[in-house]
Design a protein around this ligand. Structure first.
Ligand code: FCB
Length: 438
């Protein structure tokens, strides 16, 4: 398979939805950016053809996008065939452009009815997701080879069931553990269906991974906290994929342990969403036991999300992901900034690490930059700018940023059949980069 070089989006963030759990969440003022509903996102629903036509202009050979469950199944068991036909047109259009689709079934949003009937905590969620996946497999399965079932299950669980920041807004370890069990089962069943429909289908998760560091390097307690975070956030899912056994624990909150024996065979690749590093510090008393911070020791400046830019961590994370014993796809990586020079630095530095890892023999099969367009950034609303193309939200006009050209030139180097070439960082006007941490 050729190395996949592309960009990633998610349906809700670029086109909104008439009614799902997020539209309800926004209305109940749960966002940091209050009073700014997602609406039509970046207006992509009406502009999908011209947006997708941008892909060949940035040298992409693949495109990761998601489906909106609430559009496809607006009421339980009732499919909207026109929504499926729309997704089919997208896949066919990509085919005509020579772009490999990578389809995410679930990227954070749910139909409201899904939560009304109990959501991920209830075993019924598995059959609901299976039925949704079956409808999608019927509509698109013959044309799509690469699938992400669930985007960032661990983030969804921590944000939605432990921190109460995302729908359904709970704070309960036992609810999170029940949801985890059902999500893994839903992934496994959806994978079986997709492969039945198309034997060449390959299925994975998109797993958000962070680099973790103790806030006080000399504090044994901070180090233990960083190790616990690594296990809960990064490793638990990888180890479950490798071993068929899930061990998930949050110090002071609870521990879940259950077999997932079909998970290893149901998972063909590990998708990695990598953005940053966090520093962890144990709290003197009370809950939660720790606090996390984005620091900026290298002085690069935090991003507009307040995140550290830490390309060195990308190397370690790629190695960690490969430890699951499956090929790795970088399903997201990007930076929120209005200063496009910073985006270009970010791209160059992460592309260098990527190339270094590939040459060292780590089985990495693709890279997807987040994102094609500026879009609705969940709790943050519209202020973070992640796009290779800028969006004017008053008119929905798109403007190409110089980083789009850099993306294309890095792609030409990375995809070059001449393996001695590698990333031509100097041609791209880049700066040199120190040895990554191993
Ligand atoms: C990831 C999400 C994606 C986007 C980026 C910035 O965690 O998967 O939707 O919000 O962060």
């Amino acid at each position: 398979m050729n190395f996949l070089w592309g960009v990633a989006t998610s349906a809700y963030q670029i086109e909104g939805a008439p009614q799902n759990d997020w539209t309800a969440w926004e209305a109940s003022e749960k966002l940091k950016a209050t009073g700014v509903p997602c609406g039509k996102g970046a207006g992509h629903r009406e502009r999908w053809q011209s947006d997708l036509s941008l892909l060949p202009t940035i040298g992409a050979n693949a495109y990761r996008f998601s489906l909106e469950w609430s559009r496809i199944e607006p009421r339980p068991g009732e499919l909207d065939e026109s929504a499926l036909a729309h997704d089919r047109r997208i896949v066919e259009f990509l085919g005509r452009l020579g772009i490999e689709p990578v389809v995410t079934l679930h990227h954070y949003t749910h139909p409201r009815w899904f939560w009304e009937e109990g959501g991920w905590e209830r075993p019924q969620s598995v059959s609901r997701f299976r039925a949704f996946a079956a409808a999608v497999a019927n509509a698109l399965g013959d044309r799509v080879r690469l699938w992400v079932t669930i985007n960032e299950p661990i983030v969804l669980l921590l944000g939605g069931f432990l921190a109460g920041l995302l729908p359904p807004g709970k704070r309960s370890f036992s609810a999170a553990a029940a949801a985890l069990r059902n999500m893994l089962a839903a992934h496994t069943e959806a994978a079986a269906l997709l492969k039945e429909r198309n034997p060449s289908a390959r299925v994975g998760f998109a797993h958000n991974m962070l680099d973790f560091a103790p806030d006080r390097a000399d504090s044994a307690l901070d180090r233990r906290l960083a190790a616990a975070a690594e296990r809960l956030y990064n490793l638990a899912l990888l180890e479950a994929i490798a071993s068929g056994k899930m061990e998930w624990s949050l110090p002071g909150e609870g521990r879940a342990s259950f077999p997932v024996s079909d998970l290893p065979a149901a998972t063909d690749f590990v998708g990695v969403n990598y953005y940053s590093r966090v520093h962890l510090r144990l709290r003197a008393a009370g809950k939660p036991i720790g606090e996390f911070f984005y620091r900026d020791p290298a002085g690069r400046g935090l991003t507009d999300m307040g995140w550290e830019v830490y390309p060195e961590g990308f190397d370690r994370i790629l190695l960690l992901a490969a430890g699951a014993g499956k090929p790795v796809l970088v399903t997201e990586n990007g930076i929120a900034t209005r200063d496009d020079r910073r985006r270009r630095d970010f791209l160059r530095e992460h592309a260098l690490i990527l190339e270094h890892r590939r040459r060292a023999g780590t089985p990495i099969e693709g890279y997807f930059h987040w994102s094609l367009l500026d879009n609705f950034e969940w709790l943050e609303g519209f202020h973070p700018r992640f796009g290779l193309f800028e969006v004017d939200y008053a008119t929905f006009a798109r403007k190409r940023r110089p980083s789009a050209d850099l993306f294309a030139s890095l792609g030409r180097s990375l995809l070059s059949p001449d393996e001695t070439r590698g990333v031509s960082v100097s041609a791209a006007g880049g700066r040199s980069f120190g040895a990554p941490r191993t």
